[in-house]
Design a protein around this ligand. Sequence first.
Ligand code: FES
Ligand code: FE2
Length: 328
Amino acid sequence: MSEQEGWIAVAASKGLRARPLRVLVDGRPLALFRTDGGLHCLTDICPHRSAPLSQGKVVGDTIECPYHGWRFDGSGVCRAMPGLLDNMPRALVPSYATCEKDGLIFVARQRLSEEPYTTALSGHAGVAAIVESRVRSSLAEVAENILDATHTHFTHKGVLRGLSSRRYKVQVTMTGGDGWVEARYEGEPRQEGLISRLLEGDRTISVGRFRAPGIAELEFWGRSRINLATTFHLRQETTETVHGFGILSAPDRGLFGHIKAALFKPLFRVALRQDQQILQAADENRRLFGERRQMIGPLDVMRPHIDAILSGRWPEVADRPATLTMEL
Ligand code: FES
Ligand SMILES: [Fe+2]
């Protein structure tokens, strides 16, 4: 599991039904399964001959190994060794805490006192959708990409941005704390791209925020409330890939809101694909050229802080909030 402690989103609720499911966190395979007793997560390797438990099946309140049928309960304790007539030796598979909220399944090394954070509109959202995406890149690159306002003119022309190249002067305020950093953008009129036209309403400010261990979120505020929030739960799945679940939510605006949301989801997927393409092309290029230092430009407001948080440090703006004016 990642260096950072905390809940990590590993699957969509609807992706886990009767059959166990393997998910990867930092290259480590975990087996998720549901019994009448609830949702469980074990390390996906049998202590007997190393078979993947996720290829077995759920039997009663246990998962049954596909190789010799040993059965493990949700806490990882072996409850049955088929054919054994004597006392059972102790066998244990490491287990993880699980939690299911707002359509996502989260795991953690140990049970945490707080529920996982899902989205700012959790409990209030009238319209919510979950999109899933996988990209060959690193967590820092993907988180930055989601929170980076300067690429939208180029990567997302027409989708998030209008076709005109008009820019507006925007004031950016950076603040942060233990495990989080945010950029607040003021002075930007509503973006003219299709997605913004569909859902945002009158925008007054927008906020981009990174939270450990892997949440990148954008909030578009109207006068007094959030009009639209997109919260990405990211994890480094293997050394090569990052997997993410994006929760799109907006306050309920009745039928019209639902129609807008239905239109929003496919457009959002288009934007995700555009990001995926550029991130993967850059990732491949880094491999071809060998890892090389990247330049942090003066407008890359988030990246140094994301890197700091991912290496367990506080972001610099925690002590000294910073402001910057740029044209977006
Ligand atoms: S490998 Fe799992 S029971 Fe033998
Ligand atoms: Fe993007």
